[in-house]
Design a protein around this ligand. Structure first.
Ligand SMILES: [Zn+2]
Length: 679
């Protein structure tokens, strides 16, 4: 999964920079049952009632008893069961609302067959989105950290891999996408039953499906694997920029990893209000529709990294799965590292070193705040699992060389195909392939609590790009720094110089790249008259971030031209969370003379973005701007109360805090209490 630091930064007047981190590590449960029973195959037929958010299922399990035992169980949270049969005989069962326990004299070496019907009304792990408001109508799952046993009786233990074949019945107007290959579509009245088939086993946290309205792009990898890239029908123009480089990265991984992609096909599906950036469900990655971008947004914010990360997990996580929490880096560290390799392939070596540099900064911050842990600590932070994990692999590859590294990965994957892995399984292959003793590497990079800063810097400094970035430090260079404002240096180094001496910017600096101009838009806050014309040209750049900052700063600096700036940007929406549009509405409402007859429309549009039909990123932006304008009418408060019950906990917390703040005013308090009670 990519827990991602989703940074939603608001430019002034709010001066709020909110960083949302979903810090959630899958909990590895251990069970004794594994020694006694080997579940081989699950076949589930599912249907739904969207009004009550219920799932109804018919499930069949095949399993083999390894050691005689008198009972076995499936994890099943708050479910009702009926018609439970063991080998076609009515089974003796107990349902304690956490597990379905089946009693029998299970004999060693024998194969059994369990079938039942169930219903559940899950609050997590299966989400019914948009059926009670105007948001897109979807149903989708999130198993990691949320437990598939909330909607499908299964085994939460990641160690118990089995083949899951889903059949899903739903209204014919919708598409259904699930793990594996679609082998048949059966019509039943207004509905279609979609039959999916898996050929290989997986852990239950990777079982997934999506129901919604989608079109798709189809490509085929060099090796012949079908790649299906889904998008909302209204987003056809965004499909190409969103999925840009998908096939290239897929082909790159197959060559780089040396093991053919292990599943029948690869599907990627964006969903509304997803909990994370993306989730690597076997052969069916689900990701946040916030990453669906047009070609302008692509420059600032794209899906490439999440795309590569979840794809890498199809090998590292899905094909081989960490045996327990202390080996979690074998999933996240590898997915993060291989995503970097794929991005290096697409964006070049400087980009690779830049990301490593950024990761190192975060890890150094952890050292400073004394929150670093060993990479093998099951309670390590996501920064440690993901970024230190990637760093460890970067250093290992440097130390043993590309050839030995690749060989180690290949042998390691082959040896544990569709199985479980421990850190030692990988390290021992790396030792064999390189003929090196890796004890010191293990101590420093895996076990040591502190991130090894000196070793990391030594590696980074091999890159001329990093050297240049480190060099352009205006405190050290003093007068010479101005030279670098105009010198041909990397975008990142240029950005650093601009941020340090924005008051030294001249007209020439505006002739730089799109990224240099973006830095000007963000760091040059007091615009000298001599640069006014140059600065005004920024609102025509192909970057929504640049447009957003430039519009705001121009509006502040030159009140006499506000109408002109608003007129020039009145058609721009920006990112999916409507960054430019929502700023524009706020500024238009703060310019009283501007289109007087339309002021009421502007306000109602800004308020509408706080409604439940929009994604939480859009709503958050709207609440922030409404807060800055101090507009909390009945509609806004209703939307805020609704937000305070959202399943995304950060958004819910944000709304709760705002309600608490507002409740200090007795007038608001009365309305809020009434709305909460009527909810
Ligand atoms: Zn991940």
């Amino acid at each position: 999964m990519l827990l991602f630091w989703l940074k939603v930064c608001y430019i002034q007047p709010m001066k709020i920079c909110l960083s949302i981190c979903v810090c959630l590590i899958s909990v590895f449960a251990f069970s004794q049952q594994l020694e006694h029973v080997d579940f081989k195959h699950a076949k589930a037929e599912l249907r739904f009632d969207v009004d009550s958010s219920k799932v109804f299922g018919k499930v069949e399990y095949d399993f083999k008893v390894l050691k005689s035992v008198d009972s076995l169980y499936l994890d099943a949270i708050n479910m009702n069961f009926e018609e439970v049969f063991l080998n076609d005989k009515k089974a003796v069962i107990k349902n304690d609302n956490k597990k379905l326990i089946v009693y029998s004299d299970f004999e060693s070496g024998k194969e059994y067959y369990l079938r039942f019907k169930y219903e559940a009304q899950p609050k997590k792990a299966l989400y019914f989105v948009g059926w009670k408001n105007e948001a897109p109508n979807q149903i989708w799952t999130q198993g990691q950290g949320k437990y598939t046993s909330k909607w499908l009786p299964s085994l939460d233990d990641t160690n118990d891999k089995m083949e899951f074949d889903l059949s899903i019945l739903f209204n014919e107007d919708y598409k259904v996408i699930a793990n594996g290959k679609l082998i048949n579509k059966e019509k039943e009245n207004e509905n279609i039953i979609w039959h999916f088939d898996m050929k290989q086993p997986m852990s239950s946290y990777l079982v997934a499906f999506v129901i919604g309205k989608y079109d798709k792009i189809e490509e085929v990898s060099n090796s012949g694997v079908p790649l299906e890239m889904y998008y909302y029908p209204e987003d056809s123009l965004k499909a190409e920029p969103t999925y840009r480089y998908t096939k290239q990265m897929f082909d790159f991984f197959e060559t780089e990893i040396g093991i053919p992609y292990p599943w029948q096909n690869y599907k990627q599906i964006p969903v509304h209000d997803f909990l994370y950036a993306g989730m690597e469900n076997t052969s069916a990655t689900i990701f946040s529709d916030g990453f669906v971008v047009d070609s302008t947004a692509f420059v600032d914010r794209n899906y490439v990294n999440v795309n590569a990360h979840e794809l890498a997990h199809q090998w590292f996580g899905d094909y081989v799965t960490a045996k327990s929490g202390e080996h979690h880096w074998l999933q996240e560290g590898f997915a993060t590292f291989y995503a970097l390799l794929a991005e290096k392939e697409v964006f070049g070596e400087n980009y690779y070193y830049w990301k490593l540099y950024e990761y190192a900064q975060e890890l150094i911050d952890q050292n400073r705040s004394e929150t670093s842990t060993s990479l093998l600590n099951p309670k390590a932070s996501s920064t440690t699992f993901y970024k230190r994990g990637a760093w460890a692999l970067h250093i290992l590859r440097e130390q043993v060389g590309d050839k030995a590294f690749k060989q180690a990965v290949e042998v390691y994957l082959k040896a544990h195909a569709f199985g479980l892995v421990k850190t030692e399984d990988f390290i021992s292959e790396a030792e064999k392939a390189s003929n090196q003793d890796l004890t010191k590497f293990k101590t420093i990079w895996l076990e040591q609590i502190e991130f090894p800063v000196n070793e990391a810097l030594e590696s980074l400094m091999q890159s001329a790009f990093v050297q240049e970035y480190e060099m352009v430090d205006c405190e050290l260079l003093t007068s010479k720094c101005e030279y670098y404002l105009k010198a041909p240096i990397s975008d990142q180094a240029k950005r650093k110089v601009i941020s340090q001496i924005p008051d030294k910017i001249t007209t020439e600096v505006f002739e730089g790249s799109l990224m240099a101009r973006q830095a000007i838009s963000q760091y040059l806050e007091e615009i000298p008259l001599s640069l006014k014309r140059n600065y005004e040209s920024l609102i025509n750049d192909d970057s929504y971030l640049t447009i957003e900052s430039a519009l705001y700063h121009l509006w502040i600096n030159f009140p006499e031209d506000r109408v002109s700036y608003l007129n020039q940007t009145s058609e721009i929406i920006g990112f999916n969370y409507k960054n430019v549009r929502q700023l524009w509405l706020t500024l238009a409402l703060s310019t009283p003379s501007y289109q007087l007859e339309k002021q009421a429309d502007f306000l109602s549009e800004l308020i509408s973005y706080s409604d439940a039909k929009y994604g939480f990123e859009v709503r958050l932006q709207s609440f922030n701007y409404l807060n800055s304008l101090n507009i909390f009418n009945e509609e806004v408060l209703t939307n805020l109360v609704d937000a305070s019950t959202h399943y995304n906990w950060q958004f819910k917390k944000y709304a709760k805090n705002m309600l608490e703040e507002l409740s200090k005013n007795p007038d608001y308090q009365k309305i809020i209490l009434r709305l909460q009670n009527s909810n």
